[in-house]
Ligand binder design. Structure first.
Ligand code: URA
Length: 226
């Protein structure tokens, strides 16, 4: 029986209901639309509402907008490879973006498959919703994917190299910043060596994420790049 005034039980059903409420409010929210620079289609988060790890990207691209799901294009496939190396699947984690609408180029009519990173204003407008998502999940760790996502989440500028080494804070939850999966794809197509170097750096970050999340780390995982 519910006791009047008692804190709500933060079980999975409660989390799902709260996320659903955030989704509905975001769908009706005037602020992102009033900017005039974002597409109309809402691409909300996906994954496990009880996840201990939350991944945050910058904004959906063309493929994400079509599927109405974050990280389903090439960057999403790369993210899935990273998860596999961590012995995880998409269903084990929660994946979201700072901005939940695809940023438009011009008025969007001739944009085709081209994407652009969100502006600081677009990220600041959408950030309160992401804050509510994180507050609902209360994960053990948040992973910011790339400099733009880190800037939007942490509300300050900086180079990825400066963001990377430290553990940051978002409403009491530790934040690890790593390279965006698209950066890995670009480095891999530049050269085998560059691809491997970038992968090693991301893997260092993921080992820290696994530690913060309390996940077991095998010797093989520790030695991946040794
Ligand atoms: N890049 C992002 O930052 N987010 C997506 O959802 C897809 C690509």
């Amino acid at each position: 029986m519910a006791v009047a005034g008692a804190a709500p039980e933060r079980d999975e059903a409660w989390r799902r209901a709260r996320l659903n409420d955030i989704f509905k409010r975001l769908k009706q929210s005037a602020e992102p639309r009033d900017l005039g620079s974002l597409s109309e289609t809402l691409v909300f988060a996906s994954g496990n509402p009880s996840a201990s790890i939350v991944f945050v990207g910058e904004a959906p691209g063309a493929e994400e907008e079509r599927m109405r799901k974050p990280f389903v294009g090439p960057a999403g496939q790369k993210l899935e490879q990273i998860l596999k190396a961590m012995a995880l699947e998409r269903a084990d984690v929660y994946i979201s973006n700072v901005v939940k609408f695809r940023p438009k180029i011009g008025d969007g009519r001739f944009q085709g498959e081209r994407n652009r990173p969100p502006t600081h204003e677009e990220m600041a407008t959408c950030l309160p919703f992401l804050r509510e998502e994180i507050e609902t999940l209360r994960p053990r760790v948040v992973v910011a994917l790339g400099r733009t996502a880190a800037e939007g989440l942490l509300e300050r500028g900086g180079a990825i190299s400066a963001f990377r080494g430290a553990t940051h804070d978002f409403g009491g939850v530790p934040v690890v910043v790593t390279y965006h999966p698209s950066y890995l794809l670009r480095q891999e197509s530049a050269s085998k060596e560059e691809g491997k170097r970038a992968k090693r750096l991301v893997w260092e970050d993921m080992l820290r994420v696994m530690e913060l999340a309390g996940l077991p780390i095998s010797d093989r995982q520790r030695r991946f790049f040794q």
